[in-house]
Design a protein around this ligand. Structure first.
Ligand code: ADP
Ligand code: MG
Length: 238
């Protein structure tokens, strides 16, 4: 199957300059396909978060290209204007960050509604229905009225996951999405991510240290000192 939705080519990203320069990404190339659930692993400081940010339009690479499928062709997301890239991110990408990045003044349901209403133009009543449905799937059906300050770490993480998935993104990027969860909830979240890929055709790139996730994904990429290991793709069989 070659239904590529996102391609990174020769990505290099450095931070700082002179003696203090760090090369976070050192010539990384990879392809991601429609419906693929890919895991990105590697030691701390190996460049995982940097790669996610570069591929998802959040951090400009020092050099290299990121091509994202757009209609019948591809766009180089780092050649778009800031505004066009923002549109691409709003319409096509879901994000699950390490720090959750929830709005402190919005309750759990509103965190999801706002994505649907602003990003996707869904009307209020329908946004509420879809938000409630997703909260229910995440086991947060009775927490919709609570602000982040009144949710546990694991509950905040699930709200962040719901916010990313509720809009049915074409591409979904997650940095340690299960780090605050016990395995029962963690496995539930991984199943949800898997369903987004395999049932709805999303492309998922997930950073995790959790070896329990490995058997549940299609592909594992290993990053080491800013480089992808050779023959990184394993177990991708469809
Ligand atoms: P990982 O997510 O695998 O732990 P990161 O992508 O966060 O790794 O970081 C890769 C390397 O780049 C590390 O050496 C880190 O210190 C460096 N780095 C990341 N972000 C910055 C930054 N904003 N400024 C300077 N160095 C950074
Ligand atoms: Mg990181």
């Amino acid at each position: 199957m070659t239904d590529i939705t996102l391609t990174g080519r020769h990505l290099i990203r450095t931070f700082g300059d002179g003696d203090t320069q760090t090369t976070a990404l050192d010539d990384v190339s990879l392809d991601l396909e429609r419906g693929q659930f890919a895991l990105l692993m590697g030691p701390s400081g190996s460049g995982k978060s940097t790669l996610l940010a570069v591929l998802s339009g959040l951090l400009r690479p020092s050099s290299g290209t990121v091509l994202a499928r757009h209609g019948d062709g591809f766009v180089n997301i780092w050649e778009l204007s800031d505004r066009e890239r923002e549109q691409f991110r709003l319409q096509s990408c879901g994000y699950i960050f390490q720090g959750y990045n929830l709005f402190p003044a919005l309750n759990a349901r509103q965190q999801l509604e706002i994505v649907l209403r602003w990003g996707q133009g869904v009307l209020a009543r329908e946004a509420r229905r879809q938000a409630d449905e997703m909260l229910g799937i995440l086991g947060l059906g009775n927490k919709g009225h609570l602000l982040p300050a009144h949710l546990s770490g694991g509950e905040k993480q699930r709200v962040a996951i719901g916010r990313a998935l509720v809009k049915n993104p074409t591409l979904c990027f997650a940095d340690e999405p299960t780090s605050a969860l016990d395995w029962a909830h963690g496995e539930q979240v991984v199943e949800l991510l898997r369903a987004a890929a395999h049932e709805r055709g999303a492309t998922l790139l997930v950073v995790s240290h959790d070896a329990r996730i490995v058997p549940l994904v299609d592909t594992v990429f290993h990053l080491e000192d800013g480089r992808l290991a050779e023959n990184a793709a394993v177990g991708y069989d469809h």
